[in-house]
Design a protein around this ligand. Sequence first.
Ligand SMILES: NC(=O)c1ccc[n+]([C@@H]2O[C@H](COP(=O)([O-])OP(=O)(O)OC[C@H]3O[C@@H](n4cnc5c(N)ncnc54)[C@H](OP(=O)(O)O)[C@@H]3O)[C@@H](O)[C@H]2O)c1
Length: 309
Amino acid sequence: MMKNKIVTVFGGNGFLGRSVVQRLAQQGARVRVAVRDTDKANRLRVSGDVGQVVPLQVCLRDQQAVESVCHGAHSVINLTGRLYEKRQATFNAVHVEGAHNIAKACVKHKVQHFVHISALGADPKSRSKYAKTKALGEKKVQKAFPNVTILRPSLMFGAGDRFFGRFADLATLLPFFTLFKGGRTKFQPVYVGDVAQAVLYALQDKKTQGKIYELGGPKIYTFKDLMTLIIHYTGRQKMLIPLPSFMATLMAKVLQFMPEPLITPDQLKLLEHDNVVTQKAKGLKDLGINAAHLEAIVPTYLSCYKPHF
Ligand SMILES: NC(=O)c1ccc[n+]([C@@H]2O[C@H](COP(=O)([O-])OP(=O)(O)OC[C@H]3O[C@@H](n4cnc5c(N)ncnc54)[C@H](OP(=O)(O)O)[C@@H]3O)[C@@H](O)[C@H]2O)c1
């Protein structure tokens, strides 16, 4: 159904983007990957035939550039997002203004389907700027393009993910793992391939238009459960040390200056609330997807961290 259709993917070179672009290319779509850095996105070209997947440089603040990559597109997907702010790349600039610019471009060029990726826990009243701006972005996008399909994934896992991959890296370096907020925050991790499949499904089914879907995996885990699983899959002996809140805040205040921070003060605020699918929400099942189990996938890419590997 996607054969020869032009699909513009903003943020297509990210973790989820790579899976989405691959699936679009397999289905014969002509993919424009709208990114800040085309060099980084060039490796995506091999997902399709010669000329089928084309990276294009776009700044989300430049409305004309955003519009030019949406011109003639059958569908548009917005996967841009960030977990921490850096100079001009603020949460507001990406989650609210950037998303709004894309929605306006979709209206101008009469795009048939617009799929916007938000995040589970998006909440206009959240103390976390990440969660708050994700909610404000949803509102802006809905107002401009009421037929938008919004997907709110929980923590995503899969080869190349940040969460399991980074903690596994740390497992090789540190003798202990720290537990923020006592390790009690709940998550419902979802497989990146299932989220990518949900995006493809949403593009092809008009019934998803104007709706919000919350995408979580089959099981709920606490942060401590997840750390325990990482320790198990990497075959490392680690202590789990609950960090008092003032120490966690101090640590986050220092670590936020890392090039890719492990934890920031804003993320600590995110951990104040469980990140699980709300009971009545539409989800993966409504999109015909049977969610994959973490236990079946995470060990496949964490086993290389085992000491004897
Ligand atoms: N990963 C998760 O567990 C998770 C959970 C819930 C929701 N989400 C949401 O799902 C979406 C995809 O996540 P992901 O894990 O694939 O994230 P990712 O790997 O960090 O990719 C994010 C994409 O956004 C782009 N981006 C970031 N800042 C930008 C800016 N200032 N201007 C333009 N583009 C910018 C990145 O481009 P560059 O490569 O140029 O930086 C990248 O292409 C995001 O909206 C994210 O918030 C993710």
